[in-house]
Design a protein. Structure first.
Length: 83
């Protein structure tokens, strides 16, 4: 059990522990497909993980499978963290 909380090297990345959060679609994006306050709060609540694999994104509006999922951002649209 102790090894779970030890640092671990994953390629070039040094993880603070071996806890990994798998990707899940959490529907935390704004109506515009941008990560917003809810996404920031959600991932902020999981900062004890050694690695967080974030949720998938749709390639365009037409490829959106669920409401409030994140869009693949190719532009310089302001996101919650970059306003």
């Amino acid at each position: 059990m102790d090894k779970l909380f030890e640092e671990n090297q994953l390629g070039e990345i040094l993880l603070k522990n071996r806890l990994v959060m798998a990707p899940m679609t959490r529907n935390r994006a704004t109506e515009d497909g941008l990560p917003g306050e809810y996404a920031e709060k959600y991932y902020g609540q999981h900062t004890l993980m050694g690695l967080i694999i974030t949720e998938g994104v749709q390639p365009s509006e037409i490829g959106q499978g669920y409401l409030n999922t994140q869009e693949f951002i190719l532009s310089n649209k302001p996101t919650h963290g970059r306003q």
